[in-house]
Design a protein. Structure first.
Length: 101
């Protein structure tokens, strides 16, 4: 099991620069105008947030792929504070002060 949060924008709208031009990350031949469609056109996507990870002990001991192929989602609703630097810590403190976390 891995905890995830719903992304505000679908990852299908993500672009990259390929040979100097913008392309969609899922299909480089696709016209990037497709990424401009309303988010309702795309499936919802989720980002792992690291709040909860449940892994089989055998997988850890054997050092094989930790999660396997059948991973259950644990969806976290609301804002997520992933603290990697001082600004992230400030944001987390703000969320706590407003009781949004």
């Amino acid at each position: 099991m891995r905890s995830v949060s719903k992304m505000s924008e679908s990852s299908f709208k993500t672009l990259e620069i390929n040979k100097g031009y913008l392309t969609t990350i899922f299909n480089r031949s696709t016209n990037i105008e497709n990424a401009n469609k309303p988010k309702e056109f795309f499936r919802e996507t989720y980002a792992a947030n690291g709040y909860i990870d449940i892994i089989k002990t055998d997988n850890i001991i054997k050092k094989k792929m930790l999660f396997g192929r059948k991973v259950l989602p644990f969806i976290i609703d609301g804002p997520v504070a992933d603290i990697d630097d001082k600004n992230d810590l400030k944001y987390a403190k703000y969320l706590l002060s407003t009781k949004n976390i």
